[in-house]
Write a protein that binds this ligand. Structure first.
Ligand SMILES: [Zn+2]
Ligand SMILES: [Zn+2]
Length: 309
């Protein structure tokens, strides 16, 4: 551990007691986190927080909710944004402020406008067949779809029995319910975030990934703590937030073993594991792994009765 990292952690962490103290929090805010802090996923942690920050700022200028109903118009939104900027960015010269207001209103409006056209549509059989040929696996986790799932998805007759596997991934619990194994049409950018129903925004996902991803987009959209679950042989073990699993799988899509493994979600089912297996499975300590490079492969699969439904 280099010195800058040690110093940063000590300074940021020692004020733990001061998180309810303005000066303490201001002190933390003034520090710059060293690059090594986020491990392999520094870029994801920083990228997501910046995006979230921008979203909060925009929505703080004008709450998009009333505009979704269509009762308020663009000019109204512009006035709201412009008024908010007059108090927030009052020091900007008037012409720059006008430009900024117009730019930010457009960003907000585009998001809202897409929402209006983005009603959920049921993909017709032709679209389903097309997607099926493009994506024979869940685009997030790489799981292959079963014959049963395929027949159900395409509305075809099949003798394949719908059944859940006897052993499931203790860390994700995918497969405990039959719903987890279904094939679902997934909107990469969720409807509620303005994602369209055009083909470029559609993929096929398993029911588990689709449900867990839902309309969330950023690491920080999930509750920020791992969960504890009782493993049949290991006892209490922290398991990652399901959304973190999905976010990592969808963003990396490949085994991150340092050996330079070739496994990809386009051809293999992948999952996540803690990089340091003795560490908590939080976003600073997760990697995407294939079965072969899974440090937890001996303990990962458990009888599904050990996983709460
Ligand atoms: Zn999946
Ligand atoms: Zn691998």
């Amino acid at each position: 551990m280099d010195r800058a990292l040690g110093d940063f952690i000590q300074q940021a962490f020692e004020v733990d007691a001061a998180v309810w103290d303005e000066d303490g929090v201001r002190d933390i805010a003034a520090k710059v986190a060293p690059a090594s802090l986020g491990g392999l996923t520094n870029w994801l942690l920083r990228g997501d927080i910046n995006h979230l920050w921008a979203r909060w700022f925009l929505e703080g200028l004008a709450d998009p909710l009333p505009y979704l109903e269509g009762t308020q118009q663009y000019a109204h939104l512009y006035k709201r944004v412009s008024d908010a900027l007059a108090s927030d960015a009052g020091l900007l010269p008037a012409d720059e402020r006008t430009q900024l207001a117009s730019r930010l209103t457009k960003l907000l409006w585009r998001k809202i406008g897409r929402l209006e056209v983005g009603r959920r549509v049921v993909a017709d059989r032709e679209t389903r067949l097309f997607l099926w040929e493009l994506y024979p696996r869940c685009w997030v986790c790489g799981a292959e779809f079963s014959d049963w799932a395929r027949a159900a998805f395409l509305g075809e007759e099949s003798d394949a029995e719908p059944r859940t596997p006897p052993f499931v991934d203790f860390y994700t619990s995918r497969g405990v319910k039959l719903l987890d194994l279904r094939i679902e049409v997934e909107h990469v950018v969720a409807h509620s975030s303005g994602g369209s129903s055009l083909l470029h925004n559609l993929r096929l996902a398993c029911g588990w990934c689709n449900r867990v991803k839902s309309n969330r987009a950023l690491i920080y959209d999930a509750e920020g703590a791992p969960r504890v679950r009782k493993h049949p042989t290991l006892g209490p073990v922290s398991v990652p937030q399901p959304f973190w699993v999905v976010r990592f799988l969808a963003m990396r899509g490949r085994c991150e073993d340092p050996s330079g493994c070739a496994a990809r979600t386009s051809s293999d089912e992948l999952t996540v594991a803690p990089r340091n297996i003795h560490g908590a499975p939080n976003p600073a300590n997760l990697i995407v792994v294939c079965r072969e490079h899974d440090p937890l492969r001996d303990v990962r699969l458990v009888a599904s009765k050990f996983i709460p439904r």
